[in-house]
Design a binder for this molecule. Structure first.
Ligand SMILES: [Zn+2]
Ligand SMILES: [Zn+2]
Length: 375
């Protein structure tokens, strides 16, 4: 402190010994102006080279002995990696109290392996003074294959198989699409990630799953969603290095190839499959009694089921009139013969049931089910 001519006390003015500027013109860090400080000492000591390895298939990158999930596109992930590693490894110089990375810039788009130049803007703070500096870091980029992708590629590393099959012969295209949609949309990401591959078979397809417990969960979810039945078998596939038996679990999931709106014989009894309840049971319309019933999926399998050929029971009828007690049709196939059915024995399963319309009507034991409008 010195006293100025007018008697007030002011902070002593500093003069930078390197460039001669005064503290009234520029901020100082220690005895140097902040620009000279950065030129002499830098903001931080940073690594000059980095090595980056990413998986060519999934974009995960090697870090601290493991493989990390990408944080965005390949290039964003690389920049985040540089940001992270520089922040962790940079050491502030003598008078700098803290540092942070403000920006990472690559000299060219990331297209594959090679040497890239990254310009990293590092900021540091000393007291109230903030300084910045651009540092150039060489980044060697290599591509590899992470263990998960290796397993998927070689179809190794699976210890369980979930076989998706139909109740009758081949798995139909339609049922297969429904199962695939379920796997892609309704299984959790974690569970889906345990499927390392699929294998085609004449009668269906197999899911290769890394762990038996995941396979059981996948099989059980598919069974519930499609009213299926599962059978587990355990196959010896060799011995482990300690001599113990190494097995592989196979779960056969049989799915009934039936869909809403179809007529199904269960133990010789005709049902119309109306919907699947939330609990997974089929809601069926008993076509002989006209009652709606909820069947247990197990009942289907215990009593046996198959799709019913409803050709002989289906008629093309024109709606003539509806009275208080009867519904009157004309049978188009039988020379417009009049068909009268008590009102309580007619069940309309469509929305627009109007006089003059031609309908496909299923006739079972004196009951009529209006299935669809033909015109
Ligand atoms: Zn200076
Ligand atoms: Zn990968």
């Amino acid at each position: 402190m010195v006293a100025s001519p007018d008697g007030r006390v002011t902070a002593m003015e500093k003069i930078c010994p390197r460039c001669g500027r005064r503290s009234s013109e520029v901020e100082f860090i220690g005895r140097l102006c902040k620009d000279c400080y950065v030129e002499v000492y830098s903001v931080a000591k940073v690594p000059e080279h980095l090595h980056y390895v990413f998986c060519r298939y999934c974009g995960r990158y090697k870090y601290q002995g493991g493989w990390n999930e990408p944080s965005g596109t390949l290039e964003e992930t690389l920049k985040d990696f540089i940001h992270l590693v520089v922040t962790k490894k940079a050491k502030p110089t003598r008078d700098i109290e803290e540092i942070w990375v403000e920006d990472v810039h690559l000299d060219r788009p990331l297209t594959g392996p090679g040497i890239y130049t990254a310009t990293v803007r590092i900021a540091g703070r000393s007291g109230d003074v903030v300084v910045r500096e651009d540092r150039v870091i060489k980044v060697k980029v290599d591509v590899g294959v992470c263990p998960d992708c290796t397993n998927k590629l070689t179809k190794r590393g699976y210890n369980a198989i979930v076989q998706i099959r139909s109740s009758e012969g081949r798995l139909s295209e339609d049922l297969r699409r429904r199962v695939e949609r379920f796997i892609n949309k309704d299984l959790s990401t974690v569970l889906r990630a345990t499927i390392i591959g699929t294998e085609e078979h004449k009668e269906g397809f197999d899911l290769l799953v890394n762990e038996p417990s995941s396979a059981r969960m996948i099989a059980s979810k598919i069974r519930q969603a499609f009213m299926g039945k599962t059978v587990e078998t355990w196959k010896l596939v060799g011995r482990k290095s300690d001599g113990s038996r190494k097995g592989r679990l196979t779960i056969l999931v049989r799915l009934p190839d039936i869909d809403v709106g179809e007529v199904i014989d269960v133990g010789g009894h005709p049902y119309l499959y109306l919907a699947q309840s939330r609990a997974g049971s089929p809601l069926m319309l008993d076509l002989e009694t006209g009652r709606e019933v909820s069947l247990k999926p197990d009942t289907l399998w215990d009593r046996g089921f198959r799709k019913r050929d409803t050709g002989p029971e289906t008629r093309r009828l024109i709606l003539l009139a509806r009275t208080g007690r009867k519904v009157i049709f004309l049978d188009e196939d039988l020379g417009y013969e009049k068909v009268e059915i008590p009102k309580e024995k007619v069940r309309v399963l469509i929305d627009n049931f109007e006089q003059g319309g031609v309908y496909e009507v299923l006739m079972v034991k004196g009951r009529a089910y209006v299935m669809r409008r033909i015109r």
